[in-house]
Design a protein around this ligand. Structure first.
Ligand code: NAP
Length: 250
């Protein structure tokens, strides 16, 4: 198990109060990492689960709708636990409307959180990681990094952009000891997919295409995050790893 051991490592996870971010934070904690949970909502539930796993926990309140807090997040993480080894850019939003009616506000809001903040937080973290010669950055992409989707133009643009950014950052930072990779979750049961799951027709159509036969449970994402955060992935750079119950294989 030493290849997947994160003892002594410090991980910043954005949007860790709920859903996939919470599941990733807990999985990294179980593997031994100290967790810095970043977001705009209370982190009590995540804190309880991380501490139950025997890991250290620190919360930072920040709104990633702007890049203003990114340097302070990295500084506070390093000040609190002495180092920063892993960054998970998980915070994300989605706005649904037909492309023909889509507003500039819905475009900007999604791009700001999903893409702009992910880039500038990665930059702030990498300045610290490159100085130490090691680090792991994991971007939470989407099936919309590969596919078009419908009624989510800014989401698809942001997640396709995040996949490209993952590859660019990997090319720039791989030789400097920093692994940059992404995970593309399939359809998981979280707040992000409430509208889809409440639409009986869309929900049934989605389920029918998932070879695994069920929507993803957030717990089913943790293993991929531990892999990309651990020494087991030291020679893995610039990939977008689907964790999708086989959706893309269909
Ligand atoms: P979620 O439950 O809606 O979680 C989104 C997280 O992002 C929440 O913690 C949310 O905080 C945080 N966030 C949103 N805007 C923020 C802001 N301005 N500042 C700080 N934090 C902010 O949905 P989820 O499914 O777990 O989503 C996590 C990531 O997975 C997202 O990037 C999403 O696009 C991606 N993803 C999800 C699926 C899926 O099927 N669920 C599939 C592919 C990709 P609040 O709770 O305070 O809003």
């Amino acid at each position: 198990m030493t290849m997947f051991d994160l003892s002594g490592r410090v991980a910043v996870v954005t949007g860790a109060n709920t859903g996939l971010g919470q599941a990733i934070a807990v999985a990294l904690a179980v593997a031994g990492a100290s967790i810095v949970a970043v977001g705009r909502s209370a982190m009590d539930e995540t804190e309880a689960a991380v501490r139950k796993a025997g890991a250290r926990f620190h919360a930072i309140s920040a709104d990633l709708g702007s890049i203003e807090p990114v340097k302070a997040i990295v500084n506070e993480a390093v000040k609190t636990f002495g180092r920063l080894d892993i960054l998970v850019n998980n915070a994300g939003i989605i706005r649904r409307a037909d492309a023909i009616d889509f507003t500039e506000a819905d475009w900007d809001a999604v791009m700001d959180v999903n893409l702009k903040s992910a880039f500038f937080l990665s930059q702030a973290a990498a300045r610290h990681m490159i100085e130490r010669g090691s680090g792991k950055i994991i971007n939470i992409a989407s099936l919309l990094s590969f596919q078009g989707g419908i009624r989510i133009p800014s989401y698809t643009a942001s997640k396709s952009g995040l996949a490209g950014l993952t590859r660019l950052l990997a090319c720039e930072w791989a030789a400097r000891g920093v692994n940059v990779n992404a995970i593309a979750p399939g359809y998981f049961v979280t707040n992000n997919t409430t509208a889809l799951r409440e639409d009986a027709d869309r929900s049934a159509a989605i389920l029918a295409r998932i070879p695994a036969g069920h929507w993803g449970n957030p717990d089913e994402l943790g293993g991929a995050a531990v892999f990309l955060a651990s020494p087991a992935s030291d020679y893995v750079h610039g990939i977008v790893l689907p964790v999708d119950g086989g959706w893309l294989a269909r």
